[in-house]
Structure formats: C-alpha cells, structure tokens
Design a protein around this ligand. Structure first.
Ligand code: GTP
Ligand code: MG
Length: 319
C-alpha cells in the first residue's frame, strides 16, 4: 500500500464505506467484463466501456479513458486482464491529475486570507446546509475560528437547520430570521467575523434555479456586499451537487456556472448511490476542482477529496 500509508485509516474506511455501493457494482461488472479472458482485447474494452458508462462516468469521459487504455494495449499487446484494476487506477488517476483535482488531504484554507470567506451555492436539497455544518465542525476541530451566516432566508426551516448545525459544531452563527435580505445577512456576518478575528466564514444561500434571473441577481448582490466588507470576498464559491443524481448533477453544474462564478465543488450523497463514477465525469467535464465528498449524514461524513484515495478506493478490492 506504500503510497497510501500516510492517509488516515479512519478516513479511508469511511471512504470505502461511502463508496461501497459503487465499488460493489463496479467489481461485479468488471469481473463479468473479463470473464474467461486472460488479456485485454477488443471485447474486454467494449465491456469496460459499458461498466464505466453504467457507473455514470459519462460518455465523454468514458471514451477518453477507453482511448487511453486502447493506446496502452497497442503498446503492450499482452496486457493481462489481471492488470486491469491497476491500469484503471493509473489512467483515471492521470485524468484527475490533468483536471487539477484533489491534491489536499486535510481541511485547510489558504493563509493568505483572514477571514477566508466561502459562499455555498446549489439547488434545493443537494446538501448545502449539511455540508456547511460538517465543514464548520472540521475547521473548528483543526483549531480555526469559524462563523456561519444564514443567508438562505427563503424558508424558516433553513435558518433553524443551520442553527442546529452551528450548535453541533459549536461555532457562532449570524442570522436575521426568515424573509430577511440575504445580502444584509452576509454583510452582518462578515462584519461580525472581522470583529471576532475569525479564520473562516461560511455563508449558506438559497438555491432556486427555476428563476435563474432572480438567483443570479441575488447571488451577485450577496457577492457585491461581501466584497465591500472584505475586498476580494468571497474567496471561494463552493457549488454543492447531489452525486446520487448522476449525470443530472453535471447539467445542474452547467446551469449554475451560468448564474455565478463557481470555484470549487462538493459532491454529496456518494454513499447513497452505485453511480459514484460521476465523480470522475464531473471532474473531467467541468474542470472545476472537486474539494469535498459527502459520504453520509453524520458530522464526520465529509471528506477532503483526494484523487489518490478516491481512485484507490474505487478500484481496489476490499481484503
Ligand atoms: N446520505 C447522505 N445524505 C446527505 C449527505 N449530505 C446531505 N444529506 C442529506 O440530504 C438532505 C438535504 O440536505 P440539506 O443540507 O438540507 O440540503 P440543502 O441543499 O441545504 O437544501 P435546501 O436548504 O432545501 O436548499 C438531508 O436529509 C441531509 O441529511 C450525504 O453526503 N450523504
Ligand atoms: Mg439548506
């Protein structure tokens, strides 16, 4: 396991568990794909293509991966099917590498901004508030001062839910209740964070894509106001996508990036799907770095996305 020794065992176990459904499905299909074959040939490649597509890697990304494996087969005519897992790890890892995805292993924010302001966006129900709660918990655990801002003022329950997470993670929250102006909440939050000498600010927002113009206006208003309090804020716009919606998540991301600039992605609910291959497709097609993976509903169920760990988990059999 050499390379993977420095990853925490606990994290790896949670990732393996979170990817369980996808792993099981990929392995069953891979086993069928190579049944009775000792070397990687046309048939095996055709089957592999199906495995990747049915795991929601996406057509475009699947074709790229297949082409690369084909090129390896052309170079090495006796590529054994027993090497397929290793080759997949290498090729998918290389692809993620080109997309600059997931180099971190810890919850860190750049020291260049204090406070570092993260605005969290995404459509309803994808897991924004939950992800914010988990992030707050992790940053707090690593010794950071965190402040949350309840700028999703669309529903009373939204503010309440963030309050619950704030108390679980034991971090302060700034809120003005339901119906308040989200930009005003963001303004207050940043001022309060500066006063408290906070390290990280995380702002929740409402996601109503059915009215793109409104959403766009609201998000740009929030951003403008933040920039007034702290120049350059928000430093990160984190788009949360529900990984269990597969290819729809890619489409959602495309729509969202039209509404506002997105600098990072969080993919949630990976634990609830056998189609975790979407992580590869999203990384490759959107070229926006995936920073976090949601692998369950609990406080500890958010991981810093690391391509090596991910590829290793996905294409390794559990011993
Ligand atoms: N299994 C699983 N469930 C998750 C994960 N992340 C979030 N959820 C669940 O998804 C549901 C919606 O999460 P929220 O955080 O409320 O989503 P939201 O984007 O804030 O939703 P709105 O505020 O309505 O826009 C909740 O029941 C969460 O517990 C995850 O990684 N895995
Ligand atoms: Mg919410």
């Amino acid at each position: 396991m050499g390379l993977f020794n420095f990853f925490s065992r606990d994290k790896k176990e949670k990732l393996d568990e979170g990817l369980e459904k996808t792993k099981t499905s990929v392995f069953e299909k891979l086993t069928k794909a190579v049944a009775g074959k000792s070397k990687v040939d046309e048939d095996v490649l055709d089957n592999l293509e199906e495995v990747l597509i049915s795991s929601d890697v996406g057509v475009k990304t699947t074709l790229t991966i297949i082409e690369r494996i084909e090129a390896r087969v052309a170079r090495d005519k006796y590529l054994g099917t027993d090497e397929l897992n290793r080759i997949l790890k290498e090729e998918v890892g290389a692809l993620l590498d080109e997309n600059n995805a997931g180099k971190e292993t810890e919850f860190v924010v750049p020291a260049t901004h204090k406070p570092y302001v993260i605005m969290v966006v995404g459509v309803n129900g994808v897991g924004k508030t939950t992800t914010i709660g988990k992030l707050a918990y992790q940053f707090k655990k690593s010794g950071k001062r965190v402040v949350l801002g309840a700028a999703d003022t669309f529903r009373a329950a939204a503010v309440e839910q963030l309050k619950i997470w704030a108390s679980r993670a034991d971090v302060p929250i700034v809120q003005q209740g339901m119906g308040a102006d989200p930009a005003s909440v963001a303004f207050d939050t940043l001022q309060s964070a500066v006063r408290q000498n906070a390290d990280v600010v995380i702002i929740d927002t409402a996601g109503r894509l059915h009215n793109k113009i409104n959403l766009m206006n609201e998000l740009s208003k929030i951003r403008k106001v933040m920039d007034k309090v702290i120049e350059g804020a928000p430093h990160e716009v984190l788009l949360v996508l529900d990984g269990s919606t597969g290819q729809n998540a890619i489409e959602q991301a495309r729509q969202f990036t039209l509404a506002t600039e997105v600098t990072a992605l969080a993919l949630t609910k990976i634990d609830g799907t056998a189609k975790g291959g979407v992580v590869i497709g999203i990384s490759n097609e959107l070229k926006i770095p995936i920073k976090y993976l949601g692998v369950g509903e609990g406080m500890e169920h958010l991981q810093v996305f690391n391509k090596y760990e991910f590829v290793d988990s996905l294409f390794s059999k559990r011993i």
